[in-house]
Ligand binder design. Structure first.
Ligand code: FMN
Length: 165
Protein backbone atom coordinates (compact mmCIF):
# COMPACT_ATOMS: atom_id res chain seq x y z
CA UNK A 1 0.00 0.00 0.00
CA UNK A 2 1.46 3.44 -0.86
CA UNK A 3 2.20 5.71 2.09
CA UNK A 4 -0.71 8.06 2.85
CA UNK A 5 1.36 11.21 2.69
CA UNK A 6 -1.60 13.62 2.69
CA UNK A 7 -3.25 11.98 5.72
CA UNK A 8 -0.08 12.23 7.80
CA UNK A 9 0.67 15.83 6.78
CA UNK A 10 -2.83 16.86 7.88
CA UNK A 11 -1.52 16.30 11.44
CA UNK A 12 1.35 18.75 10.91
CA UNK A 13 0.48 22.23 12.25
CA UNK A 14 1.43 25.13 9.98
CA UNK A 15 0.90 28.84 9.88
CA UNK A 16 -0.90 30.39 6.91
CA UNK A 17 0.48 33.09 4.59
CA UNK A 18 -0.64 35.06 1.58
CA UNK A 19 1.99 35.26 -1.17
CA UNK A 20 1.58 38.12 -3.62
CA UNK A 21 3.13 39.22 -6.89
CA UNK A 22 2.12 41.17 -10.00
CA UNK A 23 2.41 41.37 -13.74
CA UNK A 24 2.92 44.64 -15.61
CA UNK A 25 0.86 44.56 -18.81
CA UNK A 26 -0.23 47.36 -21.16
CA UNK A 27 1.07 49.98 -18.70
CA UNK A 28 -1.13 48.47 -15.99
CA UNK A 29 0.03 46.55 -12.90
CA UNK A 30 -2.11 43.48 -12.16
CA UNK A 31 -1.63 42.09 -8.67
CA UNK A 32 -2.37 38.49 -7.72
CA UNK A 33 -2.09 36.57 -4.45
CA UNK A 34 -2.57 33.02 -3.17
CA UNK A 35 -2.91 31.35 0.21
CA UNK A 36 0.10 29.16 1.02
CA UNK A 37 1.24 27.05 3.95
CA UNK A 38 4.43 25.70 2.37
CA UNK A 39 6.52 28.72 3.38
CA UNK A 40 9.77 27.88 5.11
CA UNK A 41 12.96 29.65 6.14
CA UNK A 42 15.96 28.25 4.24
CA UNK A 43 18.95 30.40 5.18
CA UNK A 44 19.80 33.37 7.41
CA UNK A 45 22.99 34.45 5.57
CA UNK A 46 22.02 35.14 2.87
CA UNK A 47 18.39 35.49 4.02
CA UNK A 48 16.41 33.00 1.91
CA UNK A 49 12.87 31.72 2.20
CA UNK A 50 11.02 29.19 0.04
CA UNK A 51 7.50 28.26 -0.89
CA UNK A 52 6.24 25.36 -2.99
CA UNK A 53 3.68 25.76 -5.78
CA UNK A 54 2.14 23.24 -8.18
CA UNK A 55 3.97 23.27 -11.54
CA UNK A 56 0.68 24.25 -13.26
CA UNK A 57 -0.02 27.16 -10.88
CA UNK A 58 -0.87 30.35 -12.72
CA UNK A 59 0.49 32.27 -9.74
CA UNK A 60 3.84 30.47 -10.18
CA UNK A 61 3.99 31.72 -13.78
CA UNK A 62 3.47 35.25 -12.49
CA UNK A 63 6.24 35.00 -9.89
CA UNK A 64 8.60 33.76 -12.58
CA UNK A 65 7.70 36.70 -14.76
CA UNK A 66 7.96 39.45 -12.13
CA UNK A 67 10.80 37.85 -10.10
CA UNK A 68 9.39 39.74 -7.12
CA UNK A 69 7.00 38.59 -4.44
CA UNK A 70 5.93 39.14 -0.87
CA UNK A 71 4.73 36.81 1.86
CA UNK A 72 2.46 38.00 4.68
CA UNK A 73 1.86 35.87 7.76
CA UNK A 74 -1.86 35.87 8.55
CA UNK A 75 -3.44 36.36 11.96
CA UNK A 76 -6.48 34.46 13.26
CA UNK A 77 -8.59 37.48 12.20
CA UNK A 78 -7.53 36.94 8.57
CA UNK A 79 -9.45 33.70 7.93
CA UNK A 80 -11.61 35.36 5.27
CA UNK A 81 -8.44 36.52 3.45
CA UNK A 82 -7.04 32.97 3.54
CA UNK A 83 -10.30 31.61 2.09
CA UNK A 84 -10.50 34.28 -0.62
CA UNK A 85 -6.97 33.67 -1.91
CA UNK A 86 -7.34 29.88 -1.97
CA UNK A 87 -9.83 30.25 -4.85
CA UNK A 88 -9.10 30.14 -8.56
CA UNK A 89 -7.57 33.13 -10.30
CA UNK A 90 -10.77 34.71 -11.62
CA UNK A 91 -12.42 34.64 -8.19
CA UNK A 92 -9.25 36.05 -6.59
CA UNK A 93 -9.32 39.11 -8.83
CA UNK A 94 -11.96 41.01 -6.82
CA UNK A 95 -10.31 40.06 -3.53
CA UNK A 96 -7.00 41.54 -4.71
CA UNK A 97 -8.69 44.92 -5.03
CA UNK A 98 -10.49 44.84 -1.69
CA UNK A 99 -8.59 42.65 0.79
CA UNK A 100 -4.85 43.29 0.32
CA UNK A 101 -2.85 46.15 1.77
CA UNK A 102 -0.24 48.52 0.37
CA UNK A 103 2.68 47.78 -1.99
CA UNK A 104 5.89 46.90 -0.15
CA UNK A 105 8.73 49.44 -0.47
CA UNK A 106 11.31 46.97 -1.86
CA UNK A 107 9.29 45.11 -4.48
CA UNK A 108 5.90 46.73 -5.00
CA UNK A 109 4.18 43.42 -4.15
CA UNK A 110 1.13 43.89 -1.91
CA UNK A 111 1.43 43.26 1.82
CA UNK A 112 -1.18 42.33 4.42
CA UNK A 113 -0.36 44.02 7.72
CA UNK A 114 -0.38 41.28 10.36
CA UNK A 115 2.13 39.40 12.52
CA UNK A 116 4.92 39.73 9.91
CA UNK A 117 5.79 40.07 6.23
CA UNK A 118 8.76 39.71 3.90
CA UNK A 119 9.52 40.99 0.42
CA UNK A 120 11.68 38.83 -1.85
CA UNK A 121 13.52 38.82 -5.13
CA UNK A 122 13.47 35.50 -6.95
CA UNK A 123 16.74 33.67 -6.31
CA UNK A 124 15.91 30.44 -8.19
CA UNK A 125 13.15 27.92 -8.69
CA UNK A 126 13.62 24.17 -8.53
CA UNK A 127 11.23 21.54 -9.90
CA UNK A 128 10.68 18.87 -7.24
CA UNK A 129 8.13 16.10 -7.90
CA UNK A 130 4.80 17.71 -8.78
CA UNK A 131 5.70 21.09 -7.24
CA UNK A 132 8.23 23.86 -7.88
CA UNK A 133 10.17 25.24 -4.95
CA UNK A 134 10.44 29.01 -5.34
CA UNK A 135 13.39 30.46 -3.42
CA UNK A 136 13.47 34.16 -2.67
CA UNK A 137 16.17 36.42 -1.23
CA UNK A 138 14.56 38.56 1.45
CA UNK A 139 14.94 42.30 0.69
CA UNK A 140 12.64 43.82 3.28
CA UNK A 141 10.83 42.63 6.40
CA UNK A 142 8.19 43.94 8.76
CA UNK A 143 6.76 42.83 12.07
CA UNK A 144 3.30 43.92 13.19
CA UNK A 145 1.12 43.32 16.19
CA UNK A 146 1.67 40.04 18.03
CA UNK A 147 -1.82 38.90 17.06
CA UNK A 148 -2.77 35.27 17.46
CA UNK A 149 -1.62 33.55 14.23
CA UNK A 150 -3.89 31.72 11.81
CA UNK A 151 -3.21 27.99 12.00
CA UNK A 152 -3.94 25.17 9.52
CA UNK A 153 -4.46 21.71 10.99
CA UNK A 154 -6.41 18.66 9.76
CA UNK A 155 -7.60 20.60 6.71
CA UNK A 156 -9.16 23.41 8.79
CA UNK A 157 -8.29 26.93 9.83
CA UNK A 158 -7.81 27.34 13.58
CA UNK A 159 -6.39 29.77 16.11
CA UNK A 160 -4.21 29.00 19.13
CA UNK A 161 -7.34 29.36 21.25
CA UNK A 162 -9.38 26.81 19.26
CA UNK A 163 -6.46 24.35 19.08
CA UNK A 164 -6.11 24.45 22.87
CA UNK A 165 -9.82 24.19 23.69
C1 FMN B 1 -4.34 26.56 3.87
C2 FMN B 1 -3.99 26.47 2.41
C3 FMN B 1 -2.65 26.36 2.04
C4 FMN B 1 -2.27 26.25 0.70
N1 FMN B 1 -0.95 26.12 0.40
C5 FMN B 1 -0.57 25.98 -0.89
C6 FMN B 1 0.81 25.84 -1.21
O1 FMN B 1 1.67 25.86 -0.34
N2 FMN B 1 1.13 25.67 -2.53
C7 FMN B 1 0.18 25.64 -3.52
O2 FMN B 1 0.54 25.46 -4.70
N3 FMN B 1 -1.13 25.82 -3.25
C8 FMN B 1 -1.53 25.99 -1.97
N4 FMN B 1 -2.84 26.17 -1.66
C9 FMN B 1 -3.80 26.34 -2.78
C10 FMN B 1 -3.70 27.80 -3.30
O3 FMN B 1 -4.17 28.70 -2.30
C11 FMN B 1 -4.51 28.08 -4.58
O4 FMN B 1 -5.76 27.48 -4.50
C12 FMN B 1 -3.83 27.56 -5.83
O5 FMN B 1 -2.46 27.84 -5.83
C13 FMN B 1 -4.42 28.27 -7.02
O6 FMN B 1 -3.79 27.83 -8.20
P1 FMN B 1 -3.40 28.85 -9.38
O7 FMN B 1 -2.15 29.54 -8.96
O8 FMN B 1 -3.24 27.99 -10.58
O9 FMN B 1 -4.56 29.81 -9.56
C14 FMN B 1 -3.25 26.28 -0.32
C15 FMN B 1 -4.61 26.42 0.03
C16 FMN B 1 -4.97 26.51 1.39
C17 FMN B 1 -6.41 26.64 1.76
Amino acid sequence: MPPDHRRVMRQFVTGVCVASTYVDQDSERRHDAVTVNSVTSLSLDPPLIALCLRHESRFLARIRSSARWAVSILSADHESIAEAFAQDQDKRAWAVKTMLGEPGPATGALIVKGPGWMECELDRSIAVGDHTMVIGEVRSTGVGDADSPLIFLEGRFRSLETVQS
